[in-house]
Design a protein around this ligand. Structure first.
Ligand SMILES: NC(=O)c1ccc[n+]([C@@H]2O[C@H](COP(=O)([O-])OP(=O)(O)OC[C@H]3O[C@@H](n4cnc5c(N)ncnc54)[C@H](OP(=O)(O)O)[C@@H]3O)[C@@H](O)[C@H]2O)c1
Length: 316
């Protein structure tokens, strides 16, 4: 079977051709029922609360002529690294809730939520991401359409100052090389969790000389800062805006906090406050929500691809 395209990108098919109609499996109906919708970004009229993307899978629809293939997204798989972290877990849960399949790479010693062990939409790979070879990663990514990283250095002396110093950068490079090796038919989505302490050099994000000096010191003394900056630069500079195989979004939260439910949040192209002198708050569950929506909602993806959106909790 061919690889499923991004919804609505049937190559060679004129935009208003009937072939661009895509079907939606309505979960509300007892039997498989195919509803035809005009555009992939639309929502199903029977289940408007769900974006269609959640239900797309690749199959041959017997209701239509045999040679017409219908693309349903039910089969999209996202590889998540840093999945066992405080944010990674939130991201995985929300991807699953959105009907996605998830593949996680977790350290052999990591604590895995019990619910994951009995969920057949998750596959768990026990390996340290910094020890995976390029061919190993190429294999893991073969049946994936997107990747998300919530990797970060553990907040301990060993985590911050020990090896691997370039944990995130090396993982981003490894994934990019592996995706390029796989040469997917449709661009692969890469969502990287980063930080508001990293500036987007593609935009005029200026900071005062004093703040520049402090950031220089932090970069010098706290290795994870430079790791986060270099990781984002692989996507922003090396992959850039026109890569055939990889599209990316770098998500920048401010000070992370824990909350139990998704609350209101704001997304900005650049920070609206200083990460040093006036930091905002971002709950991890909101980061997970935004990252999973980027993977699932194509309109949102198209709005932010190639950018480094900043996410703050809404102040109530
Ligand atoms: N703290 C903040 O206020 C703040 C603000 C903005 C951005 N950030 C950034 O947000 C990111 C994630 O934050 P978080 O609080 O969700 O992090 P976290 O809970 O510490 O999770 C980090 C993840 O990375 C994994 N990891 C750490 N060291 C590893 C290694 N050597 N090899 C393989 N995996 C390793 C951890 O695996 P284990 O579970 O096995 O340890 C875990 O899955 C970090 O990059 C951080 O820089 C933080």
């Amino acid at each position: 079977m061919p690889v499923p395209p991004q919804a609505g990108t049937r190559r060679g098919v004129p935009e208003d051709s009937a072939l661009n109609y895509i079907p939606c499996f309505s979960m509300h109906l007892p039997t498989v029922f195919v509803v035809f919708l005009r555009r992939p970004g639309n929502r199903c009229s029977l289940c408007p609360e769900y974006p269609i993307l959640s239900y797309l899978a690749l199959l041959d629809c017997k209701l239509l002529k045999n040679h017409i293939q219908i693309y349903l997204i039910d089969n999209m798989t996202t590889l998540v690294v840093g999945a066992t972290g405080a944010t990674g877990k939130q991201l995985v849960e929300q991807l699953l809730n959105m009907g996605q399949k998830v593949k996680v790479i977790v350290r052999p010693t990591a604590k895995i939520p019990d619910t994951w062990k009995i969920n057949d939409r998750i596959s768990i790979i026990k390996a340290s991401v910094s020890e995976i070879s390029e061919s190993g990663m190429t294999n893991y990514l073969k049946d994936c359409q997107s990747v998300a990283s919530c990797l970060g250095h553990n907040i301990s002396l060993k985590g911050v100052f020990g090896k691997p110093r370039k944990l995130v950068t090396d993982a981003v490079r490894l994934v990019c090389n592996a995706v390029e090796k796989n040469s997917p038919e449709n661009p692969f989505k890469f969502v990287l969790m980063n930080t508001t302490a990293n500036r987007n050099r593609d935009l005029p994000e200026s900071i005062s000389i004093g703040q520049k000096l402090v950031m220089g010191l932090i970069r010098l003394l706290i290795p994870p800062q430079s790791d986060n900056e270099k990781a984002a630069d692989i996507l922003r500079v090396n992959i850039g805006q026109n890569n055939k195989f990889i599209q990316w979004v770098v998500v920048r939260p401010d000070t992370l906090i824990n909350e139990d439910i998704v609350s209101g949040y704001e997304i900005h192209a650049s920070p609206t406050r200083s990460a040093l002198s006036n930091p905002g708050k971002t709950s991890r569950i909101n980061v997970g929500n935004f990252m999973s929506r980027l993977i699932v909602e194509n309109d949102l993806w198209n709005k932010w691809k190639g950018k480094m959106p900043v996410i703050y909790n809404k102040i109530s």
